[in-house]
Design a protein around this ligand. Structure first.
Ligand SMILES: Cc1cc2nc3c(=O)[nH]c(=O)nc-3n(C[C@H](O)[C@H](O)[C@H](O)COP(=O)(O)OP(=O)(O)OC[C@H]3O[C@@H](n4cnc5c(N)ncnc54)[C@H](O)[C@@H]3O)c2cc1C
Length: 431
């Protein structure tokens, strides 16, 4: 029996192992040092007190598919010419096929001051400690609530917005919305890359009177003074914007940079633009894990160099890569992995039986459940070309226009998806 070695026991690694074992064609080993596995998509709800954090965590042992040889170690070096992986303790593990899925690395050092500031005071992140996010939101008494997106790729690119919409809803219910300015600062020039979804989100932003700051690249966080420092990446003079002229307030009239402007305290220093906040939620910068970046398997940007349709490594044909660590030009989500796993499994089976891979390919499918308030959600589903591709099965739930806010989609997010994840997807079922 051929031996498949999987690196990483996250969403991608566990689902791949479970599906491979169903076929009974392979011996499967999995390298994973962690004690716990997390259902990260529910962290958005945890940050808004709509889900219990403990329910997002299960012991690795309890979800490891039966029959997997679990090696509780870090992978450290690749020797693809010899078909071996070296672990942190120096053990060499050989394989016939290798599947690489170690996820993404959170790197707070890429923004000055962030390592010191994050998860303290009023600076929070659903990516690192969603329970602390809820603490910050719960204790907010009005002022400027700043939500921000980093310049690097991140897992679930929509998550920094979702918590903002939930926080807005909470502030409204608490009666402090009238004393609050909500700002979304993003390095991008649009709210979302899929047109019908962007149209709905702009309606939400108008309804909630959110100030969106485009072309804002976060470079520094001063947690003590409560200032987030940005480089504005679009020339503010183009379009008659006076964004940098007034030092105390922000009078930008160019809505491609400052949409729905709000009067908040701004400081300008050394070409940087400082937004004063009373709470800050951010997605920290993220990169490929170090051992991938430093390996022969990575591309110039550090991600796993795989073919975007077959998920086979560009150079080493018995290696596949998927999940957040792979160089795939689509949103890094568990939903994307759901469609990637069957392609990897099919290709491994074909390679082992027929020495050639399948003609079935991955089209870049990913999805982002954009929660827009308690009890409301829009479901963005799309492919490599940013086409909106709603799942026909949604009709069975009586959802016929998932690009619009719907209460049934909230039920999908809060109840159905976690159930399907733990009970079907991690067990190797194709849902
Ligand atoms: C706040 C938030 C909200 C999100 N919302 C959604 C959502 O609504 N919908 C959605 O589909 N997705 C969402 N996601 C994204 C989703 O959780 C990830 O895309 C998915 O978990 C990635 O799976 P993965 O297997 O690639 O990595 P992970 O699930 O992160 O797992 C990687 C595993 O590799 C292990 N590992 C790391 N280094 C090594 C090493 N050297 N050797 C061995 N093992 C190693 C780690 O311990 C870990 O267990 C969200 C994520 C966050 C943080």
């Amino acid at each position: 029996m051929k031996h498949v070695l999987i690196i990483g026991g996250g969403t991608a690694g566990i689902m791949t192992a479970a599906q491979l074992l169903k076929g009974k064609n392979f011996k499967v080993s999995l390298l994973e040092p962690a004690e716990y596995h997390y259902y990260q998509p529910a962290w958005t709800l945890v940050g808004a007190n709509a889900y219990n954090f403990d329910k997002t965590r299960k012991s690795m042992a309890s979800i490891m598919p039966k029959g997997v040889n679990w090696i509780k170690e870090f992978a450290e070096n690749f020797h693809p010419e010899n078909n071996t992986v070296e672990t942190k303790s120096g053990q060499l593990i050989s394989y016939d096929y290798l599947v690489v899925a170690p996820g993404i690395k959170i790197d707070t050092s890429m923004v000055e001051g962030l390592t010191e500031a994050i998860d303290k005071g009023v600076v929070c992140s659903n990516y690192t400690d969603p329970e602390f996010t809820w603490n910050v939101i719960k204790n907010f008494k009005g002022g400027t609530a700043l939500f921000t997106q980093p310049t690097t790729p991140i897992k679930c690119g929509g998550a920094p917005q979702k918590i903002m919409y939930l926080a807005d809803d909470y502030f409204y219910k608490k009666g402090i919305k009238k004393d609050t300015n909500i700002i979304f600062a993003t390095p991008g020039g649009v709210i979302f890359g899929v047109k019908p979804i962007a149209n709905t989100l702009m309606d939400v932003i108008n309804r909630k009177e959110i100030n969106v700051r485009y072309h804002h690249a976060l470079v520094k966080v001063d947690g003590d003074k409560k200032i987030a420092w940005y480089k504005i990446t679009k020339d503010p003079k183009v379009g008659g914007c006076v964004i940098l002229e007034d030092k105390s307030t922000d009078n930008c009239i160019d809505e491609t940079i400052n949409y729905n402007p709000k009067k908040v305290k701004i400081t300008k220093e050394n070409g940087l633009y400082g937004i004063h906040f009373d709470m800050l939620h951010l997605a920290p910068p993220q990169t490929a894990p170090e051992f991938i970046k430093n390996s022969v398997l990575s591309n110039d940007a550090g991600w796993l160099a795989v073919d975007i349709h077959t998920l086979q490594h560009e150079k080493y044909k018995n290696i596949f890569g998927l999940g957040d660590a792979a160089a795939l030009p689509t949103a890094k989500t568990g939903a994307a992995i759901r469609k990637q796993v069957p392609i990897v499994v099919e290709n491994l089976t074909r390679l082992s039986n027929e020495q050639s891979i399948s003609t079935k390919t991955y089209n870049g499918y990913s999805s982002c459940p954009l929660v827009t308030g308690y009890g409301k959600m829009v479901l963005a589903e799309f492919d490599y070309d940013s086409n909106f591709t709603p799942d026909p099965k949604l009709k069975q739930m009586l959802v016929f226009n998932s690009d619009k806010e719907h209460w049934r989609l909230w039920l999908l997010k809060k109840f159905m998806l976690p159930y399907l994840y733990w009970n079907k997807m991690l067990k190797g079922e194709n849902v």
